[in-house]
Design a protein around this ligand. Structure first.
Ligand code: GDP
Ligand code: IMO
Ligand code: MG
Length: 429
């Protein structure tokens, strides 16, 4: 048995899709365990370039079954459109399976997301969500009024559940927004019809995953978002509504923690964040602009410009602790070429004190001054290197310092967006 979880270790968009695509070439199962179409995972393989939102990034390997597991939230309209887009490009989705237990995103969830963001904006507390209805769908799940994929297969039962939900939503949505909703009959017909389209692919995925693990297959768990967006451990309230962290891979799939072998933390060689919330090492200056331009740092889903900052080892140490990383994957090393010096944040100054832990208080976090260590940069184009030893010595030292500061080995690093531009240093399978 070999299992590996791949987790974003910053605020999302670390390049998880790229790593999953690579590792899934030798996997038998790739599983998405949290989030929904708030995610945008890019894959570049030769002249094929795709951005996935809900479908696991293992989809390009027709021999690796792909699972959208119970911890996710599924917008069936988006899922069917994404499947069609792939099929039109000649990529099969016949090997895709969706959990019976995954919760469904309905139009009222998206309206609720919109309404809450507008209300929050008035009080200056906007989260900057992706507006896909993610938070409200997880809220309904926890409130035990959610509707699951299995419910789409029973028309009468679905109508009953929707009728109850519409009463609830009429209480929380403004009249103006509520009026935008389709009628109960329309909602029932539309979602039942989508259920019928997906019927053969809606299954008990926990059993399927456990069977694959018991059969000693290579099983890959694809994190979405990032550890700092985790509802429990991230920069609350500027987080998503799920657990992208390692524990979420167990609850989100129905696989026990004793069955996990590798936990890989993916990070960029710098940090990016899209959406609001504290970001201690953010560079609102020429450095940030340069990195954004070189790396085309604009959101895959919302196309918003991403906020950019120096690599934060305080954050990384915290994230390593809450996930138990067995290795780090450092992406976008190529983007750092050409800087005279590179900075790594090694502590946060609060008044006269320097702390090296991640504070829970978001007010405090937004006031800390990063303490930086400076490392000499490199000028060489590294996009073609095939091994650690081929990197300029300063690039080697940059990676070594990250490993040292986080007490975690570098499992891989990457030097360009293409699948081939990744150097693996740790054997996963
Ligand atoms: P994900 O959400 O974690 O899968 O990441 P995204 O796909 O949203 O964003 C990562 C971006 O960085 C994508 O545009 C990738 O193609 C790109 N990328 C990944 N690794 C590298 C790398 O090593 N170098 C460069 N230049 N770009 C990379
Ligand atoms: P991937 O998987 C980056 C951010 C949003 C917002 C917050 C809450 O591509 O790394 P939500 O819509 O989830 O309620 O928004 O989380 N966010 C992401 N940022 N990458 C993502 O996914 C994200 N998914 C959500 O910008 O700040
Ligand atoms: Mg992304």
């Amino acid at each position: 048995m070999t299992t590996a979880i791949v987790i974003g270790s910053q605020w999302g968009d670390e390049g998880k899709g790229k790593i999953i695509d690579l590792l899934s070439q030798d996997a038998q199962l790739t599983v998405r365990y949290s989030g929904g179409d708030n995610a945008g995972h890019s894959i570049v393989a030769g002249d094929r370039k795709i951005a996935l939102r809900l479908i696991p990034s293992g989809i390009l390997n027709p021999n690796a079954q792909c699972v959208i597991a119970n911890g996710t939230v599924v917008n069936p309209t988006v899922l069917l459109a994404e499947m069609k887009e792939l099929n039109d490009a000649g990529i099969t989705t016949d090997h895709l399976v969706i959990s019976q237990r995954a919760h469904v995103i309905f139009p009222y969830h998206i309206l609720q997301d919109q309404q809450q963001e507008l209300d929050r904006a008035q009080s200056g507390e906007k989260i900057g969500t992706t507006n896909k209805g993610i938070g409200p769908t997880y809220m309904d799940k926890m409130q035990r009024i959610g509707i699951r994929m299995i419910d789409l297969l029973d028309k009468a039962g679905l109508k009953k559940k929707l009728a109850f939900n519409l009463i609830q939503k009429q209480r929380v949505l403004s009249a103006e927004l509520y009026e935008q909703l389709p009628s109960l009959d329309e909602l029932t017909e539309t979602y039942y019809a989508m259920g019928q389209q997906l019927k053969s692919q809606i299954k008990d995925t926990s059993t399927l995953i456990n069977q694959a693990v018991d059969a000693a297959q290579h099983v890959l768990f694809e994190g979405s978002q990032g550890a700092m967006l985790d509802i429990d451990h991230g920069t609350y309230p500027f987080v998503t509504s799920a657990n992208p962290t390692a524990g979420g891979a167990c609850t989100g799939t129905g696989l026990g923690p004793t069955k996990i072998n590798h936990v890989l933390g993916v990070a960029k060689a710098y940090v990016s964040r899209v959406g609001d919330g504290p970001f201690p090492t953010e560079q609102i200056n020429e450095i940030g602009d340069t990195i954004r331009d070189i790396a085309h740092e604009y959101g895959t889903v919302t196309h918003r410009p991403r906020r950019i900052g120096w690599f934060d080892a305080v954050l990384m140490k915290y994230v390593t602790q809450i996930n138990g990383f067995t290795g780090l994957v450092i992406n976008c090393m190529d983007v750092m070429s050409g800087f005279k010096t590179l900075k790594i944040c090694v502590g946060y100054q609060v008044g006269t004190e320097v702390i090296d832990y991640y504070p829970a208080d978001d007010e405090l976090l937004s006031q800390v001054t990063p303490v930086y260590e400076e490392l000499p940069g490199w000028d060489e184009d590294i996009t073609g290197v095939a091994g650690f030893d081929q990197l300029p010595v300063n690039a080697q030292n940059y990676l070594k310092r990250i490993a040292e500061l986080t007490d975690t080995p570098i499992a891989a690093f990457s030097i360009g967006p293409d699948r081939s531009q990744t150097v693996q240093m740790q054997k996963i399978w």
